[in-house]
Ligand binder design. Structure first.
Ligand code: TXA
Ligand code: MG
Length: 340
């Protein structure tokens, strides 16, 4: 069955999306970070279908999306003062918090963990869909497992047409990388995934925040991870991707000396002229938000080209740049060459 395409300009868009979700269907919805594949959190059958549509491993838990703070009460056992401070400062927005889970949350949502991840998105369409569905929505990124997260309805369509009931087209996502994930069930709070709410911002508010080792390092085979999503190969392009850490001059010299017709360069915009291979850009060097916004589309473009090797320019791992670095280093399978 073909997936229904709903435009937000359709006056009935929210009502249609809400109805499908109420009946246990799957709808891909825009959020400020990336598109999410949503289902009614209380409907186990519907949530199970998310895993099937994405080809997602069953042990990788989902984020629950809410549109007001009252919805949080039934999901969690305890809301600490630290959680309240974070919610007051960063919600609605791209920060996911890990809470002790209430007994009512189905095991399929939390993949059997005794914690639950919750986010209050700032995107008004996302909020209105949750309201129209009348329930919190469990929603992972709306890509096939292993593909870059979708930042447009077109990306969702490429990956999931025929596998889900509908996609609600709300245009391109503002942020472009998935939310920051912060575990509040440990002390000090632990950053499991960097995003637009930055480590620096969290540290300034909370004093102490730990960055999980898996953010910047490979997880050892069989190793224990705080966030199951960290252990999967993510965002892996078909071609081998290598991160090159150095100046623009060093980057150009290396790429030009080590290229074949099947090599591409993933560089910052404005840097194309120094390179003798095909280029795809992701933001400009000074603009880490632009890098985040463009990254996944750039990786998808590269997948559409006939290349076997991609040399990627290394982002500065500060601010939202840490999120960009975290996604790229996974796409590279942690292969980094230092040119300095
Ligand atoms: O921006 C986002 O967060 C997007 C949009 C749709 O909201 N969602 C998203 O979901 O990126 P997903 O499923 O692709 O990533 C969720 C991440 C995974 O790495 C998962 O392992 C982790 O959050 N996670 C979920 N529940 C968890 C829990 N209880 N404890 C630790 N990690 C958890
Ligand atoms: Mg994902």
């Amino acid at each position: 069955m073909e997936t229904k395409q709903i435009k937000v300009s359709d006056p009935n868009a929210l009502q249609i999306a809400g109805q499908i979700l109420k009946q246990g269907g799957l709808v891909a919805i825009p959020t400020e970070t990336v598109y999410g594949l949503a289902a009614d959190v209380w409907n186990e059958t519907a949530v199970t279908k998310i895993f099937q549509a994405k080809g997602r491993p069953q042990d990788n838990p989902l984020i629950v999306h809410i549109c007001d703070l009252v919805q949080l009460e039934r999901l969690t056992r305890q809301i600490s003062s630290t959680a309240k401070l974070l919610m007051k400062t960063f919600w609605p927005g791209s920060l996911t918090l890990i809470f002790p889970k209430s007994n009512e949350v189905p095991d399929v949502v939390s993949a059997g963990l005794d914690t639950v991840a919750v986010r209050f998105p700032s995107n008004p369409i996302a909020q209105e869909v949750i309201r129209a569905a009348g329930t919190p929505l469990a929603a992972p990124s709306a890509n096939r497992s292993g593909r870059p997260s979708p930042t447009t309805a077109q990306h969702v369509w490429e990956d999931l047409n025929g596998r889900i009931d509908a996609v609600l087209d709300g245009g391109a996502c503002e942020v472009g990388v998935e939310s920051t994930v912060l575990d509040l069930t440990v002390c000090p709070p632990r950053l499991l995934r960097p995003g637009a709410v930055t480590y620096e911002q969290l540290q300034e508010l909370l004093g102490q925040v730990e960055i999980d080792r898996a953010v910047c390092h490979p997880v050892e085979v069989g190793g224990k991870v705080s966030s199951p999503g960290m252990k999967y190969k993510h965002y892996a392009p078909k071609a081998r991707l290598v991160l090159l850490d150095g100046s623009y001059e060093q980057y150009c010299a290396y790429v030009n000396a080590h290229s074949s017709p099947e090599t591409a360069a993933l560089c910052f915009s404005g840097e194309e002229s120094g390179l003798q291979v095909q280029t795809v850009t992701y933001g400009s060097i000074q603009d880490d938000s632009g890098q985040a916004r463009d990254l996944f589309d750039a990786l998808r473009q590269l997948d559409g080209q006939n290349v076997s090797l991609i040399y990627a320019r290394c982002p500065q791992p500060t601010g939202i740049g840490l999120a960009v670095y975290n996604r790229l280093i996974r796409a590279a399978g942690f292969e980094v060459i230092s040119l300095a």
